[in-house]
Write a protein that binds this ligand. Structure first.
Ligand code: C5P
Length: 233
């Protein structure tokens, strides 16, 4: 199973399909708010029908009953991974899992992972605007533990947090890590980036890669090169 999730951050359907049709075999893709809010769940169904695995990155955060019903509907899409904000609390996260189980296709619910703190939230903003005291890394670990206790399968995290999260939550608690660049790529708008080799060394279970693959001169070759690293080959 692929360990590299390709972020389909395109603004048109044409670009999505031109990109996917370059691949002979199914890959793992991340579909986020931009595509979903432009084209609806039809695009999720179509990409799934092409055989690809899907991380549907919609980051739910609402009262428990609403999240439960929403997750029930997302599970019916038969996607592989969904996510939510751990800040919604344990009752919301437990309700999310209940909803996913109720909507599961053929008894297999999607995995559910939590966003702890957005990487766009600075230490200062977390302390002074959100009024969460302490160090961002400690808060990330504490939210990851809450997610684990609430029955979630893992978290989205930075490569620099993956080791500490595995230590706190166990090696089978999934770490899914964006912010990946090949050694000679542009960083674009990302601030702290890491290579797939470093992500593998840090024990990241999955990496999310967008532009390093989608803007590569040879996306298929770049994907396979990264995937080989993640598979430890
Ligand atoms: O092109 P790039 O590899 O930077 O894309 C990374 C993907 O991961 C984007 O879809 C971005 O929204 C997502 N992401 C991120 N950092 C986070 C959470 C999600 O870059 N902390």
């Amino acid at each position: 199973m692929s360990k590299t999730m390709v972020a389909l951050d395109f603004s048109t359907r044409k670009e999505v399909y031109e990109f996917l049709l370059k691949f002979k075999e199914p890959i793992y893709v991340k579909i986020g708010m931009e595509l979903t809010y432009s084209f609806g769940f039809e695009i999720v169904r179509e990409v799934k029908a092409m055989g690809h695995q899907i991380f549907l990155d919609l980051k739910l955060h609402d009262i428990p009953n609403t999240v439960k019903q929403a997750m029930k509907n997302l599970a019916k899409l038969d996607v592989d991974v969904v996510n939510l904000h751990a800040a919604g609390g344990s009752a919301m996260m437990k309700a999310a899992i209940e909803g996913l189980k109720e909507g599961a296709v053929n008894g297999k619910r999607p995995l559910c992972i939590a966003v702890t703190q957005l990487t766009s939230t600075s230490q200062e903003a977390m302390n002074e605007e959100l009024l969460i005291p302490g160090d961002v890394k400690d808060v990330v670990i504490s939210y990851a533990k809450l997610a684990k206790e609430s029955g979630l399968d893992g978290v989205v995290c930075s490569v620099h947090e993956a080791k500490a999260i595995h230590e706190a939550c166990g090696s089978d608690f999934l770490t899914v890590t964006p912010g990946i660049r090949l050694a000679d790529d542009s960083k674009d708008d990302q601030k702290r980036v890491a290579t797939p080799v470093f992500a593998k060394e840090q024990g990241c279970d999955y990496i999310v890669v967008g532009r390093s693959i989608t803007k590569s001169a040879n996306p298929v070759a770049t994907y396979h090169e990264i995937e080989k690293t993640m598979e430890g080959k």
